[in-house]
Design a protein around this ligand. Structure first.
Ligand SMILES: [Ca+2]
Ligand SMILES: [Ca+2]
Ligand SMILES: [Ca+2]
Ligand SMILES: [Ca+2]
Length: 296
């Protein structure tokens, strides 16, 4: 009896597996939207949002030294009908996203409530941030009140590019181990789904959702992901502003994660400055440093 029972369970399991396979095949056939059309649709939606909402700029104007103020966004209506809309306060950052090898233009809008006083991060550094992520309908999908480190290599393009518009701050350590931050950049990023998750879903984020990130940039750490002595922002060999698309030896491992960038068997850390004079070596003076030159 038991064997038959188990056989039945196995059969049901097998049928379920086949069922799942079928569903997978169906979902694979779903057509991914055209990124250029989606970018324009999202831009219309974002502009409508920015025209119909404002933020508590008066709080920031009246207490410029109070770093506990949070950005609050609300609709322009009723007693707030005369507030300045976000659309008159944001700046635009033009970015591109590749779809089928074609660069598709995307517009990111960013609001600077405070610029911040110290270093700006590159788009590949680590940033110590608090943030709240929400959709255009106001629903919050993620929120951190306590600061955490974000490796910008790991986050969506809109966040990693948008945050480079802000300067970091400074802090004093308290005796109990906490820190008080001040002089940091604070603002909001508004960007189309193509700079977010596009056709993918994520916790609380439906497909094709423009995203809003309310953030404060406390401090930054210039990151060297592969510890080869070349900071990740300098591993952008083709100088297009994107360190995630450079793979000198074409081994599928991009330079910022590849400890031997030119694939000549000598680690970059041992090849970049052999005589330790602080200058990157270019032995055959061809303009290509040794660590990127397989002929050297
Ligand atoms: Ca590196
Ligand atoms: Ca690049
Ligand atoms: Ca490589
Ligand atoms: Ca090498």
């Amino acid at each position: 009896m038991k064997v038959i029972y188990l056989k039945k369970i196995f059969l049901i399991y097998l049928l379920l597996l086949i069922g799942c396979k079928k569903n997978e095949n169906i979902s694979e056939e779903v057509v991914i939207r055209d990124a250029s059309v989606q970018s324009l649709d999202d831009d219309i939606e974002l502009k409508l949002y920015l025209e119909s909402h404002y933020y508590n700029y008066e709080d920031f104007e009246s207490s410029p030294d109070d770093y506990s103020i949070k950005i609050k966004i609300d609709t322009i209506s009723g007693e707030n009908i005369n507030k300045t809309p976000l659309i008159d306060m944001v700046e635009v950052q033009n970015l591109t996203v590749k779809q089928d090898g074609v660069d598709i233009p995307h517009k990111l809008y960013y609001l600077v409530a405070r610029q911040g006083l110290f270093d700006k991060p590159s788009n590949i550094d680590s940033t110590y941030v608090v943030y709240e992520g929400s959709l255009i309908d106001g629903s919050v999908f993620d929120s951190r009140d306590l600061p955490l480190w974000f490796d910008l290599a790991q986050v969506v393009q809109g966040f990693r590019m948008g945050i480079t518009n802000f300067n970091s701050g400074t802090y004093v350590l308290n005796s109990n181990g906490t820190a008080d931050f001040k002089d940091f950049g604070q603002g909001v990023l508004f960007f189309p789904s193509g700079l977010g998750y596009f056709s993918n879903t994520n916790a609380g984020i439906p497909q094709y959702s423009p995203l809003i990130f309310n953030l404060a940039l406390y401090t930054i750490n210039v990151t060297d992901h592969d510890n080869d002595g070349i900071p990740s922002y300098l591993e952008d060999v083709n100088l297009d502003g994107e360190p995630l698309n450079d793979d000198t030896d074409e081994d599928g491992n991009i330079n910022l994660y590849d400890p031997d960038d030119d694939g000549d068997g000598i680690l970059t850390i041992n090849e970049k400055d052999k005589n330790n004079d602080g200058v990157i070596d270019d032995s055959n003076s061809d303009g290509i440093p040794d660590y990127l030159d397989p002929d050297n």
